[in-house]
Every structure is written in C-alpha cells, then in structure tokens.
Ligand binder design. Structure first.
Ligand code: FES
Ligand code: FES
Length: 176
C-alpha cells in the first residue's frame, strides 16, 4: 500500500515525489530546496542517518540511493524521485540483523550512533561491488565516512568479518 505523506506545502512551489524507502512506497510534496536527509528524518521519522558536518565531508548522513552511498545532507529530496532509498532502519530482515550489523557488534566496530549507520550502509554498498575486499580497499572506499573520536581498526575488522560471513553461502553454493 502506498503511504501518502502529502504535507501542507509551506511555500508556493512544491514538487511531487514518489519513491521507495526500505521497500515501502511513499508519495510526498517537497519544496525544491528540501534535503533528502530532512525528509527522511523529519517527515518519515527514520532518524538513523545523522546530520553532522552538513557539507558532504563526514558521512554521518549516508543513505543508499539505488544501492549507492549518497550524502543526504546536501542532496535535494526531489532527486530521489522514482528511486530506491535504503536507510539503516531497513537493513535487518525479519528481525534478523544484517551480517554487517552483527559483525559491528561482535568485533567492536559499533562505536557511536553518529558514525555507525553511515559506516554500515557504505560498507554494504562496497561489499555488493567487491565481496572480498582487502584492508586497503576498505580504507579507500570508506574514506568518506569519518569517525572523530576513536579509530578505524575495529571498523575495518568488522567489515572484513562480515565480508567473510557473507561470502560463505556463495562458496558453499559453488562447491555443491
Ligand atoms: S552530515 Fe552529510 S556528510 Fe556530514
Ligand atoms: S564518530 Fe562515531 S565512534 Fe567516532
């Protein structure tokens, strides 16, 4: 069922936007300057993505748009028209955490709620492209996701562990 979030337009001009967020269809009216991060957080109530630097530097606002990481802090919401958006809230399936979420918990990559959602979503996009990354490749891909307080060692270990786990069903299939 299509959820309708036709909010009262605040300005004269609004743009109709239909998109899918975490598998659910939405229709909204957005103002031209309205940012995807604000729509997702304030109108859809999905607050996993955070606003931090506000200038595409830190990755705290990372969302996946058609599977690719984007900085939602600068992206106009209308750019998401007709596209698939994924937020951290949509990652667990049937109450089961995604292997990346599980690995971040088990290997200490889950450090704070500000950087972690973006880290996990960026890592998911990377592993879909490259299921067996080296440490260097992880560092390179994840350079847009910044942690200001601790370090990246545990995050990299978590991603390597998740990659291994996610490859396991693939190699089992190849053997059979
Ligand atoms: S808040 Fe968007 S990149 Fe920092
Ligand atoms: S910013 Fe999240 S742990 Fe450093």
């Amino acid at each position: 069922m299509m959820a309708s979030l036709m909010s009262k337009p605040r300005g004269a001009q609004t743009i109709p936007v239909s998109f899918i967020v975490n598998g659910k269809a939405y229709e909204l009216e957005v103002e031209p300057h309205e940012l995807l991060l604000d729509v997702i957080r304030d109108r859809l109530g999905l607050t996993g993505a955070k606003r931090s630097c506000d200038v595409e530097v830190c990755g705290a606002c990372t969302l996946l748009l058609d599977g690719r990481p984007v900085s939602a802090c600068t992206l106009p919401a209308f750019e998401a028209r007709g596209r698939q958006v994924q937020t951290i809230e949509g990652l667990a399936e049937n109450g089961k955490l995604h292997p990346l979420q599980q690995a971040f918990i088990e290997h200490g990559g889950f450090q704070c709620g500000f950087c972690t959602p973006g880290m996990i979503l960026a890592a998911k996009a990377m592993l879909e492209e490259n299921p067996d990354p080296t440490e260097e490749q992880i560092k390179h891909f994840m350079h847009g996701n910044i942690c200001r307080c601790t370090g990246y060692k545990k995050i990299i270990e978590s991603i390597l562990a998740a990659a291994k786990k996610m490859r396991a069903p693939l190699s089992a299939k190849r053997k059979s």
